[in-house]
Design a protein around this ligand. Structure first.
Ligand code: ADP
Ligand code: ZN
Ligand code: MG
Length: 467
């Protein structure tokens, strides 16, 4: 038995205005029903005008996926009644979508995977229903906000792979600057289709609607995979149904059976001319494409000598990759910069902006490289700097964390340690060379980590007359 998954993904495009009118598309924090006009409210006689910027952002995605952009595509009406859809239909592209084909390559546990894309089209979003204790309210601000829908081929083989595909897609969308693709805000959401193939033939699929976190995608698919497998193992048959996902209860919720399938009475949108994407337009979009995540990853390996794995983690978020490059510029050492960002900074990086400025981190790294401060103490200063928002070098200064550079002082400490540890000295003289390590450790303790271990060990060897 083989699991077969295909996704239908909605991405909200980051345009200033909506898809067919001049209303602001920045609805997330706006008071309800303040971003509307006759067009997006579906008043009789109001006419849609296509937003060119939305088309261009969609074209970026199509080009990045290697899809075939259709010179002529068309808008269709999808008719249905719902309180958050004032027009009574959604403008989408059904018969002649903007782009066909393409694929996204990504990694799952170090294995390279490719998922093909079937088609990609433009459409408008609906409004929002808000359920309260005393009934439902409707907010039309989101009506007409531009979306692209990306439909994959059923190439995904496990719930985890579905999650990783979406992650890779989010990385791409962010690098392309077409969407923030924040699942929590509904800027990236997905419907997942799943079936189990027994003896090689395609099985009957079910659909899980409106998954809006990576965790939900993986958990919902895992639950449905298990249900279908158990059913088929007992000799049962899968019914073609649609589920929702209750994230709180961790349960699939049956939404509708096949007989209840909608008839959307699609027909060509009479108020819009076909969308023509000329060669010149497409070439211009191509010239303005930002660096793609896999190009950036490759460049990090080539230019900075990073491993593919480290480069892969750094490019996951464009903001993270930008930050890394700023730290490189500030300290001049790409390897050190990667080490600090990956092992120190990422664990503190929760919100949108980095926990400490790139300049400040760069200066701290430079101080370590030039031997002004030990790595351990630098990390301590960094931790405190992040907690307090202060400059790490200021903390180094204030707490006297910089390395003892005075040879005399180091020698004095070493002599003290030798005097206090006759046993270790005896061991060393009897041929136990590791005893030096113990002595260095003692000296480190005395100096609170402010000594250079290599230098100390040389001094001990000199004192003990081993040189
Ligand atoms: P429908 O006609 O039900 O909308 P489509 O063929 O348009 O189905 O496919 C919708 C999505 O479902 C696509 O992402 C596709 O890859 C996926 N899909 C199609 N058939 C299967 C299947 N047997 N198992 C899993 N996913 C499938
Ligand atoms: Zn409007
Ligand atoms: Mg379909």
């Amino acid at each position: 038995m083989r699991t077969v998954i295909g996704l239908e993904i909605h991405v909200q495009l980051k345009t200033r205005t909506k898809l067919f009118c001049g209303c602001s598309a920045d609805y997330f924090a706006a008071p309800p029903n303040t971003l509307t006009c006759p067009v997006c409210l579906g008043m009789p006689g109001a006419l849609p005008v296509l937003n060119r910027r939305a088309v261009e952002l969609a074209l970026r995605v199509a080009l990045a996926l290697g899809a075939r952009v259709q010179e002529i595509s068309r808008f269709d009406r999808k008719n249905y009644f719902y309180p958050d859809l004032p027009k009574g239909y959604q403008i989408t592209q059904r018969e002649f979508p903007l782009a066909l084909g393409g694929a996204l390559r990504f990694r799952v546990d170090d294995e390279e995977r490719t998922v093909r894309v079937r088609e990609m089209h433009l459409e408008e979003d609906a409004g929002k229903l808000i359920h309260t204790d005393d009934g439902a309210r409707v907010d039309m601000n989101r009506c007409g906000v531009p979306l692209i829908e990306i439909v994959t081929e059923p190439d995904i083989r496990s719930p985890k792979e579905a999650r990783e595909f979406l992650r890779a897609l989010r990385t791409l969308l962010r690098h392309l600057r077409v969407s923030d693709a924040d699942m929590e805000k509904g800027e990236l959401r997905c419907d997942a289709n799943i079936s189990i193939s027994v003896d090689g033939t395609m099985g009957t699929k079910t659909e899980i609607k409106n998954l809006n976190s990576f965790r939900a995608v993986e958990r919902a698919l895992a639950a449905e995979e298990e249900r279908q497998r158990a059913l088929l193992s007992r000799g049962g048959t899968v019914e073609q149904v649609t589920f929702g996902w209750d994230e709180h209860a961790g349960r699939l919720v049956l939404q509708r059976a096949k007989e209840e399938a909608h008839d959307y009475r699609y027909f060509p949108e009479p108020d819009l001319v076909p969308l023509v994407v000329t060669r010149e337009w497409l070439e211009r979009v191509e010239r303005e494409m930002p660096e793609l995540p896999w190009e950036r990853e490759e460049r990090f390996v080539r230019e900075y000598g990073l491993s593919g794995k480290d480069a892969g983690i750094l490019i996951e978020e464009p903001a993270r990759a930008d930050y890394y490059e700023e730290v490189v510029r500030a300290c001049g050492d790409p390897g050190e910069a990667a080490g600090w960002v990956l092992s120190e900074i990422l664990s503190y990086w929760k919100g949108e902006s980095p926990p400490i400025g790139a300049e400040a981190l760069g200066r701290l790294i430079t101080a370590v490289r030039s031997g002004k401060i030990s790595r351990t103490n630098a990390k301590e200063a960094l931790e405190e700097a992040i907690a307090s928002g202060r400059d790490p070098l200021e903390i180094v200064e204030e707490r006297g964390l910089s390395l003892l550079s005075d040879e005399e002082e180091l020698r004095r400490v070493a002599e003290e340690v030798v005097a206090e540890n006759p046993k270790a000295v005896e061991d060393f003289r009897a041929g136990k060379k590791q005893a030096i390590g113990f002595l260095v450790g003692q000296a480190m303790r005395k100096t609170k980590g402010r000594a250079d271990a290599k230098r100390l060990s040389r001094i001990f060897l000199e004192i003990l007359g081993a040189n």
